[in-house]
Design a protein around this ligand. Structure first.
Ligand SMILES: Cc1cc2nc3c(=O)[nH]c(=O)nc-3n(C[C@H](O)[C@H](O)[C@H](O)COP(=O)(O)OP(=O)(O)OC[C@H]3O[C@@H](n4cnc5c(N)ncnc54)[C@H](O)[C@@H]3O)c2cc1C
Length: 400
C-alpha cells in the first residue's frame, strides 16, 4: 500500500504544541488536534462545522423533532428520569452515577476501557484525560475538573493498545468531534456517556471566577451552579459556602467564559447515548436522558442501584429569562442584600425540574446567539442550529 492510499488519519500527525488551532479563538481544546484524527478537523470540529442533524441521525437514527416541546429543548430521547445513587460515591460531583457506570462497564466486560478525566497531581482543577482500564482508575476520575479538557488527545493511544470497545465520557464539543471521526477509529464498539456543559473556562479563567465569587478561592475543592439558583462551593476543610447567581460580578465575569462556550448550543450533549446531569431534576437529584437503546444498555448497568423518581416541572421561566437578557447585556451587578432577596424569591417561586432546565437553556442560548452575532457575524447563520433559533425566537434580544 502506498502512503497516498492510506486513510487521512494514518498519514496525519498531531498538531505541534503551541500551533494555532484551526478553530482559532473558538477552539474548546477538545483534544482532537492533539491526535492524528486532526486529519478530519475541518469537518469534525464543533466550531468549524456545526452539524446537529447529521450528528443526531448518525447516533440515534433520527434528528430531534422540533415540534415536540421536550425534544426541542433536550434533544432526541426515549426516556427521561431523575435519580440518586443509593450509596453515593464519596468525593463525586453529585452522587457519582457517572463513575459507578464507568466501573460497571469495565466490571461487566461491556468495554475494555473508559475515556475519563483525572486531575493533575499538582492541581485539582487541571484535567488529565486517560483511557482507564481498571475501576480504580475510573474512580480516580470522579468529580468535575471545571476547565476545558483535551479529552480526545487520548485517541492517539488507541492504536496498538488492544482496546476494541470503549466507553467515552465527555461534554458536548468533545462528543461532537468524537462522533464525527467514530467510523475511522480502531474500535468494534463505542458507547457515549455525555455530561451537559455550559460556561467552561480556561484554568486562568477559573482562577478569576473563584477569586470573584468565593470568600476563600484557594481552598475551593468542588463547586456547582445548582437548581436553587445558588453556587455551592465546598472547601478543603469540609465547610460549605453558597452564593446567589444574582450576586455574581457580571461586569468582571463577562470575559471569563471561553469563547468556545459562548458560541456553543450543545448544552445537553446531543450526540451522547446517555446524558447524566442535574439541570432537569429537582434540587439534589441527578437528571438522566436516555437517547437510544445503547443509552438504555448503559443505564441497565446501574439501574438496580438507583433511587429513581419521575421528572417533574414547575413554575414559568419566561419573564425571568427576558429580564436576565437585559440585565446581562447591561452588565448589571446587584448589591449583596438585593441579590440575596432575589435569590430567595426565585428559589421559592421560580422554575423547577424540567422548567429550570428550560430556564438555563433559554438564558444561555439567547446570550450565546447575541455573542456569536456580535463577535462572529460571518458564521452566525450557519453556526446557530435550527432548534436554538426556534428557542431564541421567543425572546426580544438587544441589537447585535
Ligand atoms: C465542565 C462541566 C460543566 C457542567 N455543567 C453542567 C450544567 O450546566 N448542567 C448540568 O446539568 N450538568 C453539568 N455538568 C455535569 C454535572 O456537573 C456532573 O458532572 C454530572 O451530573 C455527573 O455527576 P456524577 O456525580 O455522576 O459524576 P462523577 O461520578 O463525579 O464523575 C464526573 C465525570 O466527569 C468527567 N469530567 C470531569 N471533568 C471533565 C471535563 N472538564 N470535561 C469532560 N469530562 C469531565 C470525569 O471523567 C468523570 O467521569 C457539567 C460537567 C462538567 C465537567
Amino acid at each position: 500500500m502506498t502512503t497516498a492510499s492510506l486513510p487521512p488519519h494514518e498519514r496525519a500527525r498531531p498538531l505541534a504544541k503551541g500551533r494555532v488551532k484551526p478553530a482559532r479563538d473558538l477552539c474548546s481544546d477538545c483534544g482532537l488536534c492533539d491526535s492524528r484524527w486532526v486529519a478530519y478537523v475541518r469537518t469534525a470540529c464543533a466550531f468549524l462545522n456545526q452539524q446537529f442533524e447529521r450528528l443526531e441521525e448518525k447516533a440515534h437514527g433520527r434528528s430531534r423533532d422540533l415540534d415536540n416541546a421536550d425534544e426541542l429543548y433536550f434533544g432526541v430521547h426515549q426516556r427521561m428520569t431523575t435519580a440518586r445513587l443509593a450509596a453515593p460515591i464519596e468525593g463525586a460531583q453529585w452522587t457519582g452515577i457517572v463513575s459507578r457506570l464507568g466501573v460497571r462497564a469495565l466490571e461487566s466486560g461491556l468495554v475494555d476501557a473508559v475515556l475519563c478525566v483525572q486531575q493533575s497531581p499538582d492541581d485539582r482543577f487541571t484535567p488529565v484525560p486517560v483511557l482507564a482500564r481498571t475501576p480504580e482508575q475510573v474512580l480516580a476520575a470522579r468529580v468535575n475538573k471545571p476547565t476545558l479538557s483535551p479529552n480526545l488527545q487520548v485517541l492517539e493511544q488507541l492504536p496498538g493498545s488492544g482496546i476494541r470497545r470503549l466507553l467515552a465520557i465527555g461534554v458536548g464539543c468533545q462528543i461532537q468531534a468524537l462522533r464525527a471521526v467514530q467510523d475511522t477509529l480502531p474500535l468494534d464498539a463505542l458507547y457515549v456517556l455525555g455530561l451537559p456543559c455550559v460556561d467552561n473556562v480556561s484554568r486562568s479563567g477559573l482562577q478569576t471566577f473563584l477569586e470573584s465569587a468565593s470568600r476563600s478561592p484557594a481552598t475551593v475543592v468542588h463547586y456547582e451552579f445548582m437548581q436553587d439558583f445558588r453556587i455551592h462551593f465546598r472547601h478543603s476543610d469540609g465547610s460549605a459556602e453558597t452564593v446567589p447567581f444574582f450576586a455574581l460580578d457580571t461586569p468582571k465575569l463577562k470575559g471569563v467564559f471561553a469563547p468556545s462556550c459562548l458560541s456553543c448550543f450543545d448544552y445537553t450533549n446531543a450526540g451522547a447515548d446517555l446524558v447524566v446531569g442535574y439541570m432537569g431534576a429537582s434540587f439534589g437529584r441527578q437528571w438522566l436522558v436516555v437517547r437510544n437503546p445503547k443509552g438504555q444498555q448503559l443505564l441497565d448497568l446501574v439501574e438496580a442501584e438507583l433511587d429513581l423518581a419521575p421528572v417533574s416541572s414547575g413554575g414559568d421561566r419566561r419573564a425571568a429569562v427576558q429580564q436576565g437578557i437585559e440585565a446581562y447585556d447591561k452588565a448589571i451587578r446587584l448589591p449583596g442584600w438585593l441579590a440575596e432577596l432575589v435569590g430567595v424569591f426565585v428559589q421559592r417561586f421560580g422554575p423547577k425540574g424540567l422548567e429550570y432546565g428550560r430556564f438555563s437553556i433559554d438564558s444561555h442560548f439567547t446570550r450565546n446567539a447575541l455573542w456569536v452575532r456580535r463577535h462572529h457575524p460571518e458564521i452566525a447563520e450557519q453556526h446557530i442550529p435550527a432548534f436554538a433559533k426556534k428557542i431564541i425566537g421567543r425572546y426580544r434580544l438587544p441589537a447585535a
